[in-house]
Design a protein around this ligand. Structure first.
Ligand code: SAH
Ligand code: SF4
Length: 371
């Protein structure tokens, strides 16, 4: 019988598995506590389980995690992890420190089929959707690396590679696994799911009590459709209605992400249209200056233009945040993640860029993290 990966199982799945072995279901809670709370995966050390049962589990459960093949640390403290999956495909996750948070941006798919014009991941068609174990595995590996610093991840954002709602069964199972109070006990309210606008799936975000972020990126249907093909299928009217529904049922605000592309979405007039479009929805808007990547036709606006756009939204009374670009020197900023490009830079020379500084990158690609 092929072993089952432990990290792919919600507590209810593990209970059924244990029931089928003829054992008490509360054993599942004990296992969750050992593995997620105490980080012990050696069955021999799980002394509250009988020796026979431990042996039986040994033949059934597999605790392997995606391998960290590269770990880069930016001058600003951002860390990027490249994970190898068993079939040779890889994805990236990014750990972003801020004053009071340690946010992990994780991937849900290898590549992405949404084909947004400005996104590096989108250039790489969907190779495959990740399994629950592969997504939970990114989180566990990063927290295991963090253990030495006694820090823990405080927030999770599904803003890495892939469209999370295109893989929603796995993504919401991940939330269940990490939320389990006997295990990692990670709050659902600290998980944000960012979508390009797969309207029929969006209700699941409210239902799972996670938080909704929507990549808007356009100020009307025409501008959005030109950048994000998904808008032709689910236009703004439907998308904004789904957002309203989320705010109504959860009493939470939506976060809108808006990428600033030079000469395309960065004009003061666009800021006004964006405000007009979103003002009836409880929301905040994150503006993200475009991050460049190989072969992209777009440009990042000047600092002056970014400031003008930001100021106009503030003047109009929008709750707006200018997202600070993090991890640019290690190619870890929004929209720069990929895994299969031959010309993919591992690092970027930012010495002449707006954020300046000399990039000092440490590559731990030869370092092994084994449990
Ligand atoms: N697929 C999901 C989540 C991943 S993308 C989504 O689209 O929402 C995460 C964010 O990065 C999105 O808001 C997207 O608009 C933004 N993004 C993509 N490419 C970018 C780039 N080159 N520069 C800046 N932001 C980018
Ligand atoms: Fe996919 Fe999001 Fe990139 Fe669009 S922005 S291609 S949905 S990862």
């Amino acid at each position: 019988m092929e072993k089952v990966n432990f990290y792919g199982l919600a507590l209810s799945d593990l209970k059924s598995l244990i029931k089928n072995l003829g054992k008490e279901q509360f054993r599942a809670q004990q296992l969750f506590k050992w593995v997620y709370d105490r980080r012990i995966i050696d069955l021999e050390q799980m002394t509250n389980l009988s020796k026979d049962f431990r042996q039986e589990l040994n033949g059934v459960l597999d605790f392997s995690l995606p391998r960290i093949s590269s770990h880069l640390i930016s001058v600003d403290g951002t860390q990027k992890f490249l994970f190898d999956m068993k079939d040779g495909l890889s994805v990236e996750a990014v750990l972003i420190p801020s004053d009071d948070r340690l946010t992990l941006c994780i991937s849900s798919e290898v590549g992405c089929n949404m084909a947004c014009k400005f996104c590096f991941t989108g250039k790489q068609k969907l190779k495959r959707r990740l399994t629950t174990a592969e997504i939970v595995g990114q989180f566990i590996q990063v927290e295991d690396v963090l253990k030495a610093t006694e820090k823990k991840v405080s927030n999770i954002v599904f803003m890495g590679m892939g469209e999370p709602l295109d893989n929603s069964d796995e993504v919401f199972r991940v939330v269940d696994v990490l939320h389990e109070p006997f295990g990692r006990n990670f709050s659902r309210r600290k998980v944000t799911i960012s979508t390009s606008g797969l309207v029929p799936e969006m209700w699941k975000i409210g239902a799972s009590r996670t938080r909704l972020a929507v990549s808007l990126n356009g100020y009307d249907d025409e501008s959005r459709s030109a950048l994000m093909p998904i808008n032709k299928k689910y236009p703004l009217k439907d998308l904004l209605q789904a957002c309203r529904e989320y705010t109504r049922t959860t009493k939470d605000r939506v976060t809108f992400e808006y990428v600033l592309l030079k000469g395309i979405t960065d004009q003061v007039e666009h800021a006004r249209m964006l405000h007009q479009m979103t003002k009836s929805i409880p929301c905040k808007i994150n503006i993200i200056p475009f991050n460049e990547h190989p072969g992209s036709d777009f440009e990042r606006p000047s600092d002056d233009q970014i400031a003008k756009f930001h100021a106009e939204l503030m003047r109009l009374g929008t709750h707006v945040l200018l997202r600070r670009t993090m991890g640019r020197d290690i190619f870890a900023a929004c929209g720069q993640l990929t895994s299969e490009f031959a010309n993919k830079p591992k690092t970027m020379d930012i010495s002449n860029s707006q954020i300046g500084g000399v990039s000092r990158v440490r590559d731990f690609s030869s370092r092994q993290f084994s449990l």
